[in-house]
Design a protein around this ligand. Sequence first.
Ligand SMILES: [Zn+2]
Length: 396
Amino acid sequence: MANSEREKAVSWFSVEGGDGEIKSFEMRDIQWVEYKTLAQIRCDRYRLKSAVNRLLIGSRTFKCCRWKVPTQSVQVMHSAEYGKAFYAGLQVCASVWLCPVCAPKISERRRLELRGAMDEAQRQGLDVMLMTLTVPHGLGDDLDGMLDRMMKAYADTSSNRAGKNARKRVSLRGTVRVLEVTHGRNGWHPHFHVLLFLDGGMSPDQVKSILAPTWQDACEKRGLPRPSDEYGVDVRGGQDAAVYVSKWGLEHEMTKGHLKASRSAKGATPWALLAEYQETRSKRSAALWMAYAAAFKGRRQLCWSKGLRDLLAVVEMDDAEIAAQEDSAAVVLAELTDDQWRDVLTTHSEASLLQVAEENPSEVQAFLQGVAAMAKAMAIPVPVIEKAKPKARRKA
Ligand SMILES: [Zn+2]
């Protein structure tokens, strides 16, 4: 919903306790529901990014949105069409696993692709189902090793003879495989969600009974514990597939409110762990997130089976292309000197500057002057207040 349509919205913040954040609510049906403005969402992303900057010093993601592209200067751009401001001239990491700024941008595009694919499948009369594949897991599992074996097991289900036969029996036309992970009471829980595109005529239960054994056998062959009949494979119909796609990649925006809930039954997403570290500086969440980062970096999050993109007329674009994509009609609102950009980083004003550029473009220079003054003030050591000397003890 566009912000202009939020006529009945109210903002609220507590003057005591909490984190002083301003929250916005709107009336939906008969209740007030919290929503975030685009500026708040962006601010959350940069805040999470600053947590990554602490944990992965010197990495590509650390440099992302901070370091300049050599020989270019940092520019604040403004797109009149989308009413959005963004930076040009900065390095981008394009990491779907690690970067709270790049990942949502890539996910958004992927979500559109998946939606387009679902629509086209419907037009062609294909069935779409959502299959979830898991393996039994426990505390102390080696995440990296487990992932390696799961990836191989999944590959087996489409390449070995049993897998090929099973896929033929359910008239499978193609798959989109998504890798995800949560961390809960039983440790790491990596799992696959697979969108199945089928010729149709079968129920989800029938499809499950045919495909489940291929996953169970492949896991065993790759040295994983055998997934159970009850939990190892789950297949759901088109409605669930559509809901999954519509929410896909939005977990960044859900981290905060879902933090407590996610620590119980469902498990925490890596973004929730990162948000927890960002808020509490908890060593536990930092260690968990670092283990996740080491295990997932460089892995493919989303994989379309061969030929499916062509079948469903989806144009391929890689993560780096999406992350670097800019609105070509955008104009340069301000060009920053190196000192100005350093001041923006020192004062953590990256998100605020973009907000000013969107809401009051004529104030950008004044804002930058304020940022410079703030950075200067921050550089001055805080005067030490002398402690009151303890009173001399009375002699007994
Ligand atoms: Zn990035």
